[in-house]
Design a protein around this ligand. Sequence first.
Ligand SMILES: Nc1nc2c(c(=O)[nH]1)N[C@H]1C(S)=C(S)[C@@H](COP(=O)(O)O)O[C@H]1N2
Ligand SMILES: [Mo]
Length: 366
Amino acid sequence: MAWDKRADMVVHEVEPFNAEPPRSALTGALTDSSSFYVRNHGPVPETRPGHWRLTVSGLVDHPLELDLEQLRDRFEQHDVIATLQCAGNRRAGLTAVRDIPGEIPWGPGATSTARWTGVRLADVVQAAGPAAEAEHVAFEAPDVSGIADPAQRFGGSIPIGKARSPEVLLAWAMNGDPLPAVHGAPVRVVVPGYIGARSVKWLERIVVRERPSDNFFQATAYRLLPPEADPGAAGPGDGISLGPIALTCDVTVPDDGATLTAGAVTVRGYAFAGGTRRVARVDVSPDGGRSWTRARLDDPAGPWAWTLWHAVVDLPAGPGEILARAWDDTAALQPESAAALWNPKGYVNNSWGRVRVTVEPPGQVG
Ligand SMILES: Nc1nc2c(c(=O)[nH]1)N[C@H]1C(S)=C(S)[C@@H](COP(=O)(O)O)O[C@H]1N2
Ligand SMILES: [Mo]
């Protein structure tokens, strides 16, 4: 498998490489790097660590240019365990409602969790001396994407308040190993709690600005359009900008389409609240929503990591659906139906988790 990924990765596109692990791979607190989902908008750029430079410019008193060694030497090193999640995670649930041409029908695997090592973006921005008018921090990468017309390099931005938060890293290691090329080597941004698109890979430039980035992937894409909008006609500023992730959860075990035996089964899954919220409760239904059982929540590996959960439920015989729904610590519950969430680019399907199962009656003894 390309890019050192596991053999059973679900490959949506070979070039650019876009792939998610099977849902059963998402049952650990950390996702090993060979299972971690990949979301690319263009070809993986060739970057040579020795030639890599990071510039910090824009509304700063002291523009910086740093090589990898200087970045590591000048700033304190930190570890953060963070879940990344694509805004298109679980899009397949929306595509099932109504077709979404030109967008990848991600299952529940466009999310994964790793331990990231690097320096704080806050420290680097502080060293550059941000001006009083600074409101946003923009990131630019060298990979060129034909999704934008004309083709454009990938970029995005976050508000300066988030950029100053200690969890946001410029990371060169993932799960204790050097960052793999496909995940952004030599250095990527990791913005915990925000949609994956803001965690810009192959980072080359940081620009401190008064306004959000004008990059296509900030200004036009990764915005939630109303259902009647024509996505081809959408321009900069249309729709709702996506930043902090919306509360979501899904089932990782059993698999969608599994055949099981009636009786006690353990249902597992992940839940993620995004932003600065926490997962407070998860309920599981073995019978399409007629009855519900409170799931047990594992302690997350850190404040920016998903919450894994499991519940033992009594599965009735017949074709059926296992459902899962999460609450966060503002007592907000996920929306029930994907139909109500349908939007032309297929972002933020945070409806209840659902797997279809066929359940056979217990076998006769003897
Ligand atoms: N330079 C660059 N950074 C990028 C992207 C990209 O295409 N190019 N994709 C973004 C999106 S949409 C997501 S969801 C995450 C995925 O990170 P991963 O591929 O390491 O899982 O990277 C983000 N950073
Ligand atoms: Mo994404």
